[in-house]
Design a protein around this ligand. Structure first.
Ligand code: ADP
Ligand code: MG
Length: 895
């Protein structure tokens, strides 16, 4: 019988694995927006988003509401890694009846305790009467918390039932009571559960503690979860401490298969049958009861105490955790066991003593094992959601089971390791968890608030309001008008270059074409077949050596012809004369579809004798020199135009082209009557805006920040392409780098440690923004980037870096939207429409690969141009396809 009883109390490993899985499922449920009301593991958000880093300092007051007592505590932190805080306590007994009286009386009493405590402890040498004194409130009841200092009481427990408190904000109630005591310098800044305090006390410098287990009368656990997983809050950045309230695990029956008849008895006799089933198997308040029921059953089966008086076993609560600990902690002999049992009024034989000891060990051992299983679930969950292969984490532990039972730690460690082998937990004893921890929470809250103010100050100039963006839109519109008008064109910062493309494709284009693409990242030659079935093409990438880019124009164009010939030979095209479209992505003054004067080189090209010349002519002359007669250049176009045309082939509404890659630019279909720089009033023409230069005349000076100015000054073209320098891939990384340098200087990052690598130009690439901003925050990848920069970043550092990246890329997308809003609104007005439906063809790696850019762009555009219904179409190979289509459309128009 004894063996059977012991067996029922030992849970086999596979059952533990199953239980761990259930726990993890319930945790996910508890965090999910839709399912959380059904979860037994409540997973309450605490709004504590950071653990101490050791720099906290100052005086902090704590008030803790306990069973029958109010504890007050004054903690002084020295910013020394929290190694040696100074602490002063006072405990006040609660007057009779207050726990069931009026809420106001309870809070008045707490405030009086605070007042009395301060009067006694604050002497002239700890004088803080001038300073504000922040207070942390430990309130161990179930609350719906919506901020660190805002928590509505859901329900009382533990014998409390004060009137007029449920549904109210308890922080507010305490603050009002404190104000009544004329303690106006005391601010209640944080409210927390006691479990959180345990986690916070164990965090020391360079050693954050991210999990806490309380193994006391009750049982609970909290841990730092990825904030975006806590769907019950709006917080998405960083982490937040979640109070699991795991005591209720199993209330839906999940634990039924490991319940013993003794557990059932304990539950039935409790004040809340069916509830807190996990807690009733592990909480030290219940372990004595489990043992008592086991002994009753064994006595009835005549396996124990035969022939003696066991009436005492009928008394509820007669066995306490202290009795049990005394019984099991005695390794040699049973003298102590006998003493304990006899004191209780039993008359045990030698055999009884041994058996009782075995039962006690089994009950406590099971509790430790179940704790370990819960911990393993937490650890695996953390490891999975942080996308780590292995997790190293510190776990704070507190409670009488942990301190009173020497083997508890060993079991917790070894069993959790067995169940979560991918995780390495280091167990840390918590010293006075709730009180000291509450001071830490309060201190961290203040540190973060101060840091937040500083961060906001740095980032404020980069945050644009709706009104700011409307102004940018209006300015863009104004510069567009100036660029289109013959009189003002020369001084406009937006050049509004005519392209001589007057039609977008209508899908009936057919034929074979050659295309050249010069001015992007590569030089390419293509053959494009436009057929009824669609467009197919073949292409070849050719290198243009730096010596040729920077040599003479003749050499450059000779080289281009060589590449064309090579391509035609390879493609077996030497005998045909195909119309050729030339995508040439440099600013040109176009005077015809096949006549374009180069205004200036950019992107590293400096070939001599080209600026001011007709680029098409330069190409034709080179063909003559090379005696290549089968070349028929019919059109030259910008890459924005190619993008619009290639998307226009699939979507006839596509009348705008947009590039957001290394640089940024846009084109759109304008009414000829508005194009003052070209003869004729009929029909439309595509205008290459060259909007990257918007603001070069000073009209955007009011939005340039210190960071933008520094970035501009270090480019090869200071003062030029000012709009582009706020938006495109070549510059965003640099802007972020400048901000990070300033934040490091202000000690907002890396705890003020210098970061020499960050001084290197272009070290922070724009593709890092994409990685860092990706939702779900793959910490591993951020760490890899930071390592490349030789940065030793804490978790909070990487969260702040993400905010910086988000701010910079959001502004870029918003400005781009303001520019586009000016374009679509002008098109709508041109056409006299109440509502315009139009598509934008887009190309560029920043637009395509950045996780939020396109979304932010589209959202802002909706705000700024509500009467335009704008769709976006990604361009595939716009420069090749687009060049062929321009050639085809030109062909069709000519016939
Ligand atoms: P180009 O504009 O020269 O034709 P792309 O459109 O490919 O070429 O743009 C290249 C630019 O895109 C690079 O200069 C870089 O700044 C940016 N970029 C590259 N990868 C990413 C990425 N993953 N996320 C955001 N931007 C990127
Ligand atoms: Mg490109």
């Amino acid at each position: 019988q004894i063996q059977r009883a012991l067996r029922s109390l030992s849970v086999p490993l596979e059952r533990l694995h199953i239980m761990k899985g259930h726990m993890m499922q319930d945790m996910c449920k508890g965090l999910s927006r839709q399912m959380h009301t059904q979860a037994k593991v409540r997973m309450l958000p605490t709004y504590i988003c950071s653990t101490p880093n050791g720099t906290e300092k100052g005086n902090f007051l704590v008030v803790e509401l306990c069973q029958n007592q109010v504890r007050t505590l004054l903690v002084t932190l020295y910013g020394d890694g929290n190694m040696s805080p100074q602490m002063m306590y006072k405990i006040f007994d609660m007057p009779e009846g207050i726990m069931q009286g009026e809420g106001e009386a309870l809070f008045d009493f707490i405030a009086q305790c605070v007042s009395q405590f301060l009067a006694e402890t604050i002497t002239s040498d700890t004088n803080t009467s001038e300073e504000r004194l922040p207070l942390g409130f430990v309130f161990p009841f179930s609350c719906r918390q919506t901020q660190l200092d805002k928590a509505e009481l859901l329900s009382w427990s533990k014998g409390f039932s004060c009137s007029g408190v449920v549904g109210k904000d308890v922080v507010q109630l305490l603050q009002s009571a404190i104000n009544k005591q004329e303690l106006c310098h005391v601010d209640v800044v944080a409210l927390m559960n006691d479990t959180v305090g345990t986690m916070m006390t164990c965090s020391m410098e360079g050693r954050p503690c991210e999990v806490a287990v309380v193994a006391d009368k009750g049982s609970n656990c909290c841990f730092m979860a990825e904030a975006y997983l806590v769907e019950t809050t709006e917080e998405t950045s960083g982490r937040m401490c979640v109070n699991t309230e795991w005591g209720c695990f199993g209330d839906d029956g999940t634990l039924n298969d490991i319940f013993t008849p003794y557990d059932e008895c304990v539950d039935e006799e409790s004040s809340n049958p069916g509830e807190k089933r996990f807690e009733k198997m592990v909480g030290s308040l219940y372990l004595g009861e489990i043992v008592r029921h086991a002994l009753i059953a064994l006595t009835a089966e005549k396996a124990l105490f035969t022939g003696t008086d066991v009436a005492v076993l009928k008394e509820k609560g007669v066995f306490t955790i202290q009795h049990i600990l005394e019984i099991i902690n005695n390794e040699d002999g049973i003298a102590d066991v006998r003493r304990v049992l006899e004191l209780l009024g039993l008359q045990p034989s030698e055999r009884d003593c041994g058996r009782v000891q075995q039962v006690c060990r089994a009950v406590v051992g099971r509790a430790a094992t179940l704790y370990a299983t819960g911990l393993a679930a937490i650890l695996s969950y953390m490891c999975q959601t942080r996308e780590m292969e292995t997790l190293m984490v510190n776990v704070g532990v507190e409670g009488e089971l942990y301190t009173g039972y020497p083997r508890f730690e060993e079991i917790l460690q070894s069993v959790s390791r067995l169940l979560a082998p991918e995780c390495m937990a280091t167990l840390l004893p918590s010293r006075d968890g709730s009180g000291r921890g509450a001071a830490m929470v309060t201190a961290v809250a203040l540190r973060l608030a101060a840091q937040r103010r500083e961060v906001n100050k740095v980032l404020a100039p980069l945050r644009l309001t709706h009104a700011d963006l409307e102004k940018v839109q209006a300015l863009m519109r104004q510069e567009m008008e100036r660029g289109l008008s013959k009189e003002t064109n020369a001084t406009a910062s937006v050049r509004m270059l005519p392209t001589y493309v007057s039609h977008t494709p209508d899908g009936t284009e057919r034929g074979d074409f050659l295309a050249l693409d010069l001015g992007g990242t590569n030089f390419r030659v293509l053959v494009v077949h436009v057929t009824e079935e669609g467009i197919s093409m073949a292409s070849e990438i050719y290198v243009i050596p730096a010596a040729i880019m920077q040599g003479t124009g003749e050499r450059l164009f000779d080289h281009i012809i060589d590449c064309i010939i090579d391509f035609q030979v390879k493609q077996n095209l030497m005998t045909q004369t195909l119309p050729l479209g030339f995508t040439f992505s440099f600013p040109c003054q176009q005077v015809g579809l096949d006549k374009a004067l180069l205004l200036t080189w950019t992107k590293g090209f400096t070939a001599s004798g080209c600026v001011g010349q007709d680029v098409v002519q330069l190409l034709r002359q080179a063909a003559q020199r090379k005696q290549h007669s089968g070349l028929q250049v019919v059109a030259l176009l910008n890459d924005t135009v190619g993008t619009m045309m290639s998307c226009g082939y699939d979507d006839p509404k596509c009348e705008i082209g947009l590039i957001v890659g290394t640089g940024t630019n846009a084109c759109y279909m304008e009414e000829m009557r508005n194009v003052g720089t070209v003869e004729g009033d009929k029909g439309r023409m595509c205008i290459n805006m060259e909007w990257g230069a918007f603001g070069d005349n000073g009209c955007l000076d009011h939005i340039f920040t210190h960071f933008d100015k520094v970035v501009d000054e270090t480019t090869i073209n200071p003062g030029k392409q000012r709009f582009e320098k706020l938006i495109s891939g070549m510059y965003l990384g640099e802007i972020v780098r400048q901000i990070l340098m300033v934040m490091t200087e202000k000690q907002l990052l890396f705890q003020g440690r210098p970061c020499p690598k960050l001084q290197t130009k272009n070290i922070f690439q724009t593709k890092f923004l994409s990685t860092i901003e990706l939702n779900g925050l793959a910490l591993r990848q951020i760490r890899a980037i930071l390592k490349e920069l030789e940065l030793d970043a804490s978790f909070e550092d990487s969260v702040l870096m993400r905010e910086v990246c988000q701010t910079v890329s959001l502004r870029a997308a918003q400005l781009c939207a303001a520019g586009l809003a000016a374009v679509v609104e002008k098109m709508r007005e041109n056409r006299g429409l109440d509502q315009l439906s139009v598509t934008v063809g887009v190309d560029g790696t920043l637009y395509k690969l950045h996780p939020c850019f396109s979304h932010n762009l589209q959202k802002t555009l909706k705000d700024l141009a509500p009467n335009c219904n704008v769709s976006f179409l990604l361009s595939e190979d716009g420069s090749g396809k687009g060049a062929a289509l321009v050639a085809a459309v030109a062909h069709r128009a000519a016939n």
